[in-house]
Design a protein around this ligand. Sequence first.
Ligand SMILES: C[S@@+](CC[C@H](N)C(=O)[O-])C[C@H]1O[C@@H](n2cnc3c(N)ncnc32)[C@H](O)[C@@H]1O
Length: 242
Amino acid sequence: MESYDETTYGDAIAHIYDDWYESYDPAAIETLAELARGGPALELGIGTGRIALPLQDRGVMVHGIEASEKMVAKLQAKPGGYRIPVTIGNFADVPVQGEYPLIFVVFNTLFALLTQEEQVQCFRNVAEHLAPDGVFVTETFMPDMTRFQRGQNISLVAMDDGYLRIDVTRHDPVLQHIYSQHVAWTESGARFYPVRLRYIWPSELDLMAQLAGLKLVARWGDWSKSPFTKDSGKLISVFGRA
Ligand SMILES: C[S@@+](CC[C@H](N)C(=O)[O-])C[C@H]1O[C@@H](n2cnc3c(N)ncnc32)[C@H](O)[C@@H]1O
């Protein structure tokens, strides 16, 4: 995994991404549409458009930033996909023009930036592209140390006749890194899909916002706006100008 960069995950997984992660919570689309207040919205790490396409169908104009051209090709091949402009690049740089009432990054994609420095840089660049009353929305998992024994975890994801999918993970609590391989086994052999993440604690997320001149305006445990508690598996955070 030495040559891992921002294109590695998307390029490896593009051909099966929509089979594995097809579903989404309809409440996500409603909440994002409400926060966009007419749009346009900018999605960081737009992927194959799992969220962007239904949001666009809901009436919000969506733009995207994406590192993997293979993921973008999948998006553009879908009905309506050609109507979503995508800038190829690293979303830490937010390499677009203009301001947006809503910028969002979902499905733990903020954690794909592998250093604290790059994550802070992302917040700062987002702040420069937010409309005066705009919001930055992040959907991230709540780090769960109980998953790991001796810094490792192996989980069964799916099993069928002649098919097995497991996730093999190593944890580095100092760097806050999670190194995983999604492994898919069929009778013709195994295929590996590498994932690297740097997780962020909620308090650190709020500090990154503060460094960028933003502040937390809402935090929920799901897209239906349930209160965020210590038992929430995920957090949806809404940041606005401080
Ligand atoms: C977990 S997928 C999420 C895709 C989409 N947002 C969704 O919800 O289905 C993460 C996406 O972010 C892209 N990505 C990862 N790091 C990136 C970076 N630094 N800059 C741009 N895109 C990146 C990957 O190629 C992939 O398409």
